[in-house]
Design a protein around this ligand. Structure first.
Ligand SMILES: Nc1nc2c(c(=O)[nH]1)N[C@H]1C(S)=C(S)[C@@H](COP(=O)(O)O)O[C@H]1N2
Ligand SMILES: [Mo]
Length: 415
């Protein structure tokens, strides 16, 4: 019974702290490495690091969805590798000075074979999580392969008045279905902060891009939310306009927002027995500011919290264990191996050069202490490399999800 008393004391101590709202040192909870068959079982159920391309969550627009078109129709409209045609033009209203344009009308469109010629010399591969700014939860993580877009831009011989690139995908030739995005030319020509380049992407996880993921060619912008990575790319306009015209701007979104760092749970038991340690697993999206820690905090549900601490910064958060590189990468990678020359991986050893991978995802686990019967609330959060706690430094929804997740757990004896 003395053990139970300890738990109850602990519980009271926590509860008191909630009411006082003071900051507190971390509790020494049972460590993850403590043998726990429940945790081992939970870890065995973790999703793979990379997502099988067909298992990506799909948020495509279009009526009909471009990837649902029958093969014959996709051939007709240029959505197969051997029929793909890309227009690359100067904006007629705000022209960029180019000496060459690629157009279907003149029979000079840029084709897949042209892209493959560039790929022989310039292909790059990098891991990236694809996340919808509106939904918040990652749609999938993959190794994206493509040709840096700047190599195509240079083929137009731009010499002046080029400030932005507008691009859009196939939209059933219906202006109402247009999905477009844009980038400042500087981001296309140069890669700041050691980011991978913006690419004309044609492979995912070592396989040709499939229709759902935007085949034959999509844009992928490494540091951006999904809406910048336009699928079924058919047209690119080089303009002297200085501003964005993204479809996502119409949805009241912050379209210049790079990926945020945040944590969420994957496996949490909704009912557990009293005084029984609780295994929890989750993931963290590793945004532009990196990740130094994932932390968790469980407390009795319904306790008041000081209104001047909306992000629970004074709560007794405890470190979870951020898992290292997996033994199996998943994602149906050819041979189960990271493709050669994937950015962020050592070409000799095939190992990640640093961990977690920036702009990727990482998994975490924790064992929460056993608790007396009652209703509890579990929260998790990240600290980025500057130790800024989620949802800071960018808490606003329209720049991407970073709200703290809340999960309810019932602690009660088995019936
Ligand atoms: N042409 C086109 N491209 C598109 C979209 C679209 O509706 N049409 N959706 C965008 C959005 S909002 C997101 S989040 C990503 C999702 O990428 P995925 O389908 O590969 O997961 O695709 C982007 N590219
Ligand atoms: Mo999206």
């Amino acid at each position: 019974m003395s053990r139970q008393k300890d738990y109850l004391n602990e519980h009271l101590r926590l509860t008191r702290r909630f009411f006082l709202g003071g900051s507190a040192a971390c509790l020494s909870w049972p460590s993850l490495r403590a043998e726990s068959p429940e945790l081992t079982a939970a870890l065995a159920k973790l999703e793979p690091y990379f997502t099988v391309p067909a298992d990506f969550r799909d948020v495509s627009r279009g009526k009909p969805l471009p990837h649902s078109l029958p093969e014959a129709k996709r051939r007709e409209v240029g959505l197969t590798r051997d029929t793909w045609k890309l227009d690359v033009i100067s904006d007629p209203d705000n022209p960029a000075t180019l000496s060459k344009q690629f157009t279907r009308r003149d029979g000079t469109a840029f084709e897949f074979a042209d892209l493959m010629r560039l790929a022989e010399k310039h292909a790059v591969r990098f891991p990236k999580v694809m996340t919808c700014l509106n939904i918040g939860c990652p749609l999938g993580t993959g190794i994206w392969e493509g040709v840096p877009l700047r190599h195509l831009i240079w083929l137009t011989n731009p010499s002046a008045n080029l400030r932005r690139v507008y691009y859009h995908g196939f939209h059933n030739d219906d202006p109402k279905q247009l999905f477009r995005s844009s980038l400042p030319i500087g981001r296309v020509l140069e890669d700041p902060y050691d980011l991978p380049p913006v690419v004309l992407c044609y492979k995912l996880n070592g396989q040709w891009l499939d229709p759902k993921r935007g085949a034959p060619v999509r844009i992928v912008v490494p540091e951006a939310y999904g809406f910048k990575s336009v699928k079924w790319l058919i047209r690119m306009t080089l303009t002297n306009l200085f501003h964005a015209n993204d479809t996502y701007a119409d949805g009241n979104n912050d379209i210049d927002s790079p990926l945020k760092t945040f944590a969420a749970t994957l496996l949490v038991p909704s009912v557990v027995k009293p005084l029984t340690p609780i295994p929890v697993t989750g993931y963290a999206q590793v945004g532009i500011s990196g990740l130094s820690k994932v932390q968790v905090w469980i407390h009795p549900a319904g306790n008041p919290w000081p209104a001047d601490d909306p992000y629970f910064t004074h709560a007794p958060w405890t470190d979870a264990e951020v898992l290292g590189p997996p033994k199996e990468w998943g994602g149906n990678l050819p041979g189960g191996k990271i493709p050669v020359d994937t950015m962020g991986f050592d070409p000799k050893t095939g190992q990640a050069k640093s961990w977690p991978l920036r702009l990727g995802k990482v998994h975490w686990a924790a064992v929460l202490p056993g608790l007396p019967a009652g209703e509890y609330t579990l929260r998790s959060r990240t600290l980025d490399e500057k130790k800024q706690a989620q949802p800071m430094p960018r808490p606003f929804r329209k720049s991407g999800h970073s709200a703290l997740e809340t999960v309810n757990i019932s602690v009660k004896p088995a019936d």
